[in-house]
Design a binder for this molecule. Structure first.
Ligand SMILES: *Cc1c(COP(=O)(O)O)cnc(C)c1O
Length: 491
């Protein structure tokens, strides 16, 4: 650990601290400029971050825990929920909640459905029905809230769930069915209307995970030059809730998402109230207690400033750039685009055995771009994920990325794929993730190329190859160990 981070008894000067923060950031991926194609969303518009910071500063101390003490919170939240509802097929009855992010919106959708099923249908061993492409947040919800996650395979050609498969998996215990618009891994939209109809026919709730796509697709539809956007929102019969993240294509600071529900009667099932203690009476609409209204104010200011016309123009740009990238990547020797994508996310696979997309990712990272590796799973091959945001959407940026990708493919082909020895494969298959001792964990990580120091190697392809060769349950046992080592601070 470096000297300047160690605890000292005397406080540091603001200038020293800010300089240290800048220094730490130098090791991170850039959050501007469109070269980091996951995790960050850059509108490319001037003044947005300054506005967000100023709005945040005004509300940072306001506590969203008590909306009666801070009515400003209700006003801002109603405004944002209203904007999301108007964009995404809501009615006068639509209700909503501002949350800290997509994960919290998905958690609340599942919690709401569990309580709704228990209270209105007497379901006491609830299930949540998930296409295998559903976001991890829904598995987290099932784990946290005690539902059984029932996964449904997707069509291996289109990566969309088939409505008939969902219908066949519905039981009297199903509390919620989830569809994605679009899915993160492949960027394709599930058949929302068919699945929602099948769920409704059994009296089951249906949630649309439009966390990443909702704000973009809603405005793209408004732009009118993408007639191919299929129906995906609350206007679809049978859809009972929808999540949309503002901190993605709303380009707000991180910590902003909206959960929409068909009405307040459904929403109440996800709220928590407590009056059986000697303290203040509690009503929590989210998982948090005390929460700064700073993020709410920042999101509100950015959404109102960019405005519907502004977002519509940004969506047009992203749509064009995505199309250019899809065509350009499709024309590159050795790569193919899965899907085709329905929104602004692109999944790229290798088209020849000598080419390893994880090696491509390492190569292009050295050239200054971050494409996100996604290990093979089920019928889905290993892919690279690209989230296309407005900052990528210049003709020049698209051309530069395609050139860099072509060069990276050339170098990756020369290097050859990362290989995993058959012995390691066999050892991984033989391990019981539940029964691993700490010593066995050490050995397994050593084999995977991660030493005791916890430092991650420069090139990730060999590690990802091992991850891909391991059963997912083993990966789930080992990954927290790897990350845990990063956090070991004892000196
Ligand atoms: C981002 C995302 C989520 C989870 O959201 P976080 O904001 O990362 O918590 C859920 N579903 C999809 C499809 C997403 O892309």
């Amino acid at each position: 650990m470096s000297e300047s981070l160690a605890h000292r008894a005397a406080g540091d000067a603001p200038g020293t601290l800010l300089a240290r923060l800048d220094e730490l950031r130098a090791a991170d991926l850039p959050v501007h400029g469109g070269r980091t194609m996951a995790y960050v969303y850059d509108s490319g518009l001037p003044g947005i971050e300054e506005l967000a910071a100023a709005a945040h500063a005004r509300f940072a101390g306001v506590n969203g825990l008590d909306m009666t003490a801070f009515p400003s919170v209700v006003a801002l939240e109603n405004d944002l929920v209203g904007a999301a509802s108007r964009l995404l097929g809501g009615t006068a009855a639509t209700a909503g909640t501002f949350t800290s992010g997509g994960t919290e919106s998905c958690l609340l959708a599942v919690l709401t459905a569990r309580e709704h099923a228990r209270r209105t249908r007497g379901v006491d061993a609830p299930e949540v029905l998930l296409p295998e492409t559903a976001h991890a947040a829904f598995h987290k919800a099932a784990a946290l809230f005690g539902l059984r996650a029932v996964t449904v395979p997707v069509d291996p050609a289109t990566h969309r769930v088939r409505a008939a498969d969902v219908a066949a998996a519905l039981t009297g215990r199903t509390a919620l069915v989830v569809v994605s618009a679009p899915s993160y891994a492949h960027g394709v939209i599930d058949p929302v209307a068919e699945v929602a109809a099948a769920a409704a026919a059994r009296g089951v709730l249906c949630h649309v995970d439009a966390c990443i796509g909702g704000w973009y697709l809603g405005h793209l539809r408004r732009a009118g030059d993408a007639p191919e956007v299929p129906p995906f929102d609350l206007s679809v019969p049978g859809v009972s809730s929808l999540s949309v993240d503002l901190h993605k294509y709303g380009y707000t600071p991180k910590g902003a998402s909206v959960l929409l529900l068909r009405d307040a009667e459904l929403r109440r099932h996800g709220w928590f109230a407590h009056a059986s203690w000697p303290g203040y009476p509690v009503v929590n609409a989210t998982l948090q207690g005390t929460k700064s209204a700073g993020l709410l104010a920042a999101a509100w200011a950015v959404v109102r400033h960019i405005g519907t016309d502004g977002y519509t123009e940004l969506s047009r740009r992203v749509h064009r750039a995505t199309g250019d990238l899809v065509r350009g990547i499709g024309a590159l020797d050795g790569l193919r685009v899965l899907g085709p994508p329905d929104a602004s996310l692109i999944a790229v696979a290798a088209d020849e055995p000598a080419l390893d997309v994880f090696v491509v990712a390492d190569e292009i990272r050295e050239a200054g771009w971050y494409l996100q590796p996604q290990p093979a799973y089920g019928a889905s091959p290993a892919t690279l994920h690209l989230t296309v945001t407005a900052a990528v959407a210049g003709e020049k940026s698209v051309a530069r990325l395609l050139d860099a990708l072509a060069a990276a493919v050339g170098r990756a082909r020369q290097r050859g794929p990362a290989v995993v020895s058959p012995e390691l494969r066999a050892a991984a298959a033989a391990l019981d993730p539940e029964a691993l001792t700490p010593e066995e964990v050490d050995v397994a990580l050593e084999l995977a190329g991660i030493g005791r120091s916890g430092a991650l190697p420069e090139r990730m392809a060999p590690v990802l190859a091992v991850v891909q060769a391991m059963p997912p349950r083993l990966t789930e046992r080992l990954l927290p160990e790897v990350i845990g080592r990063l956090y070991r601070t004892a000196e």
